[in-house]
Design a protein around this ligand. Structure first.
Ligand code: SF4
Ligand code: SF4
Length: 453
């Protein structure tokens, strides 16, 4: 169970069913709802929307504590707990931290740094990478790394794959594969288009595979000693990390996932004073990232990052404007034609999983002329993910998404490197370990297949 609805708490308002992109929530109005697990893609949008809750005030201390215990939520938590909820893995993280045999390596997704401070009373969309790194170190992780680094690796791998497909006649359009809920939806509903997906693993899984191989080598140990933890804005990332094929190094790429909300609970349970934290850096080299890596957190960001690198790899010239504003925005489906040397690159960006259905149908009917399509399940990409801080009012949610998006682009602007291929740590890992994008080592560790039953 990654996402579930507590039958004792659900009031049957069915607001969750309105936001569920997979039509997976079933039940009569006014009666407890259930999730059809054959359809659910574990995006957690129902978790964000749910308004039925248990609190000490409404149900009494015993009832509240019982729910908390059932869900493995730390004792310090006193906030209302909602009927629609996601699995909480804090106990597994604590067990690994307490194990002297384990070298714990943690990575944080780009959308976490623009949202976690909200859990400690900061303004919506406060950018806090320095406090985030400091908090993770204080919790006790041995290495504090960043998913933005494997996001840069993803661009090297996915960009190279796209260029090969375009120039050598591969299956087009190619779809991004970094959103596991979109991948699950495709596997559930449209398995016949699986060859259109990039074979790249998501940044989270690439990060985990790198920790257990190159990361272990840097420490003079082997992958069996490394415990790989992810902090994600996404409830579906736990499902992704449990996929049986995600262990090409011989070890599971990622051992456990915490959401942004879980991390806030963990920080509180360790009595860490967020406001008093002095900013720190992520560890090197697997925590060094570019602006291209950080914009993965917003809709259109993967596409923009890919174009920043793809343009320069194809033409050998600097891209005229690093900010590819043509692919930004929040509309459900956006198409752009971009001049890349002699090629007109035709790209599309889908945000909100329901919006992908007409795109796929048009593609199947031969009415879609595009090279590359980004798909993100959540309404504005990962900044609005199911594991992000929860807001009850729709207006607050819209404000938060806009503020987190702005903070993401502000962060991109302030970083010294803004293109994945210019990241010195990317050059280093390809020189020392991966050798070449889409080469044999990269293919073995960082790529995968879909629709494996
Ligand atoms: S997790 Fe997503 S797909 Fe599953 S029931 Fe909730 S909203 Fe629907
Ligand atoms: S858009 Fe991001 S947060 Fe939402 S399901 Fe996809 S990967 Fe997860």
């Amino acid at each position: 169970m990654i996402v579930a609805i507590d039958q004792n708490l659900c009031t049957g308002c069915r607001e969750c069913a309105e936001v569920c992109p997979a039509y997976a929530i079933v039940g009569e109005q006014g009666k407890p709802q259930t999730i059809d697990t054959s359809r659910c893609v574990m995006c957690g949008q129902c978790v964000q929307k749910c308004k039925s809750y248990v609190s000490i005030l409404t149900h009494g201390k015993d009832a509240y504590e019982k729910v908390k215990k059932e869900r493995n939520i730390p004792d310090c938590v006193q906030e209302p707990l909602f009927a629609a909820h996601a699995v909480c893995n804090i106990d597994k993280v604590n067990a690994a931290l307490a194990d002297p045999e384990k070298l714990t390596m943690v990575q944080c997704a780009p959308a976490v740094r623009v949202a976690i401070a909200e859990e400690f009373g900061a303004d919506l969309g406060t950018l806090a990478p320095g406090k985030l790194a400091a908090a993770l170190r204080k919790i006790g992780f041995d290495r504090v790394y960043d998913t933005n680094f494997p996001a840069d690796v993803t661009i090297m791998e996915e960009g190279t794959e796209l260029i090969k497909r375009v120039t050598q006649g591969g299956v087009l359009p190619m779809f991004t594969s970094c959103c596991p809920a979109w991948v699950k939806f495709m596997e559930n509903t449209y398995p016949e288009i699986k060859d259109h997906l990039s074979s790249c693993k998501s940044p989270q899984q690439m990060g985990g595979a790198i920790f257990k191989t190159y990361g272990a080598e840097l420490e003079g140990t082997d992958g069996s000693k490394v415990f790989s933890v992810s902090v994600m804005p996404c409830t579906c990332k736990e499902f992704e990390c449990e996929r049986p094929e995600m262990k090409d190094s011989g070890y599971r790429d990622v051992d456990v996932v915490m959401t942004t909300r879980d991390l806030a609970w963990l920080i509180k349970s360790k009595n860490i004073d967020w406001d008093a934290l002095a900013e720190e850096e992520f560890d090197q080299p697997l925590g060094l990232y570019t602006g291209a890596g950080t914009i993965f957190g917003v809709t259109g960001g993967v596409m923009e990052a890919a174009i920043r690198t793809g343009y320069e790899l194809i033409t050998g010239q600097p891209i005229p404007d690093v900010e590819v504003t043509a692919v930004r925005g929040t509309e459900g489906f956006r198409v752009s034609h971009l001049k890349v040397g002699d090629l007109t690159l035709k790209v599309g960006v889908v945000t909100g999983l329901k919006n992908v259905v007409p795109v796929i149908e048009a593609m199947k009917a031969g009415q879609l002329d595009l090279h590359f399509i980004e798909v993100m399940t959540c309404p504005e990409g990962c900044v609005s993910g199911g594991g992000q801080p929860k807001l009850l009012m729709d207006t607050d949610r819209a404000e938060a998404y806009a503020a987190r998006r702005k903070a993401t682009f502000d962060h991109d602007k302030e970083l010294p490197y803004r293109k994945s291929h210019e990241n010195p740590a990317i050059k280093k890992i390809y020189d020392e370990f991966l050798k070449e994008p889409n080469g044999p080592i990269a293919h073995h560790l960082l790529h995968t297949k879909y629709c494996i039953k």
